[in-house]
Design a protein around this ligand. Structure first.
Ligand SMILES: *Cc1c(COP(=O)(O)O)cnc(C)c1O
Length: 398
């Protein structure tokens, strides 16, 4: 039985840049009259007449929980974007992808994790601590020496950079090299930076995970995840986990994600430029107490992001004046920005993170996480300005 699908799609010209890969990867092989997009195949089962011991041959499909062809173009395109040698492994959600990686932690093992990682990732680690005797070491990813010290004897080092929602920037090349030297398995959640911003496998990460829900799919219309690795044995295990747990993606959602991926470079370029401009203007606004975005020269992550990333990402952390009340008033006053959770879609949205009781207590109560979309930056600014000013007029936050 073959666990790894063999690429069946048109090969890319060597040396293609990531923006080209996003458009061109995973296209059907060229033939006269053939479609330029892969088909969506809706079939739970495949014709198979295997006898005992040879249920199906290499590359043959059997049952959709195990493998199905609509996953392949997306899995190949994502791998090409991350510079991976193995096809990616698509999952039903980012959390399903992350759960598959946590399966590498043995009972009684040790995990290093950022104190400000995505809150459900932290929740997953805490659950392992409670029921599988796993030790969880929470670290500040911006403190390289502390993260390296915490790696001693760890089974898995989870890294996120920039972190959700504090936007701390890790020195990924240094941390990944240190983990490799110590034989610690590493996974980087690359959701915020996208493969256009950084390719952690190239810096020595064992695994990369994505919430495909966010920038990769990009239109807030699907929930999906993925794991990418260069290691055939890890890829085989992650695929086996997916089959065993049944955390599989629907073909239609994966097709939509590939369609969204086509415009990744355009969307990321525009939303990053918008975010940098808005961060700059917000930093000068009298109704603002603090802005976090690595593009700002005064941001603690600026130097690192400049050195290790292409671009600074499209998420801004904003603390308006007036504490929780002031922050909630901004969310209530915006008209174009959507008051909604999630990020990475074409539309701009914002929320106060600590409204979730599960968010880390070290995240400031009044922090708004702003996901900047691809709208006209002047429209986005006008709306933010009126929301900040409407608050000022009622003396909130002055
Ligand atoms: C949203 C998110 C996840 C979880 O992904 P889902 O697709 O919602 O399951 C994981 N990591 C980060 C950084 C995220 O933003």
């Amino acid at each position: 039985m073959s666990d790894t699908p063999t690429p069946t799609h048109e090969p890319l010209p060597p040396g293609s840049s990531p923006a080209t890969v996003a458009v061109a990867a995973g296209r059907p092989a060229r033939r006269q009259g053939g479609p330029v997009n892969p088909p969506v195949v809706l079939s739970s089962t495949y014709v198979s007449q295997g006898v005992q011991g040879s249920v199906h041959g290499p590359g043959e499909l059997l049952y959709t929980r195990m493998d199905t062809e609509t996953w392949h173009p997306f899995e190949e395109a994502l791998a090409a974007l991350e510079g991976a040698t193995e096809p990616g492994v698509v999952f039903s959600s980012g959390m399903a992808a992350i759960a598959s990686v946590f399966s590498f932690v043995p009972h009684g093992g040790t995990v290093v994790i950022p104190r400000h990682a995505y809150q459900v990732t932290l929740g997953f680690a805490d659950d392992l601590a409670a029921r599988a005797d796993v030790t969880v070491r929470r670290v500040d990813v911006a403190d390289t020496a502390a993260v390296v010290a915490a790696m001693d004897g760890a089974d898995l080092c989870v890294l996120e950079s920039p972190t959700n929602p504090m936007l701390e920037v890790a020195d990924l090349p240094a941390l990944l090299a240190a983990a490799r030297a110590r034989g610690v398995l590493t996974v980087v959640d690359n959701t915020f930076a996208t493969p256009l911003g950084q390719q952690p496998l190239g810096d020595g990460a064992d695994l990369v995970v994505h919430s495909v829900t966010k920038y990769l799919a990009g239109h807030s219309d699907v929930v999906l995840g993925a794991v990418v690795t260069d290691d055939p044995e890890l890829a085989r295990k992650v695929r086996a986990y997916r089959t065993l747990h049944g955390s599989i993606a629907g073909p239609w959602e994966v097709w939509l994600a590939l369609r969204g991926l086509r415009t990744l470079a355009l969307r990321v370029e525009r939303s990053q430029a918008n975010a940098a401009e808005l961060a700059r203007r917000l930093a000068e606004h009298p109704g603002v107490a603090e802005v976090r975005h690595p593009s700002l020269p005064e941001d603690p992550g600026h130097e690192r992001a400049t050195r290790t990333m292409r671009g600074y990402g499209s998420v801004i952390g904003l603390r308006p004046r007036g504490g929780v009340e002031g922050a909630d008033a901004v969310v209530a006053a915006v008209r174009l920005w959507l008051p909604a959770t999630s990020l990475g879609g074409v539309e701009s949205c914002l929320e106060r993170r600590r409204r979730f009781p599960t968010e880390s207590v070290t995240v400031p109560e009044d922090l708004l996480r702003m996901s900047v979309g691809v709208e006209d930056v002047e429209d986005l600014w006008r709306d933010l300005e009126q929301a900040l000013d409407a608050r000022g007029a009622t003396e909130v936050g002055r």
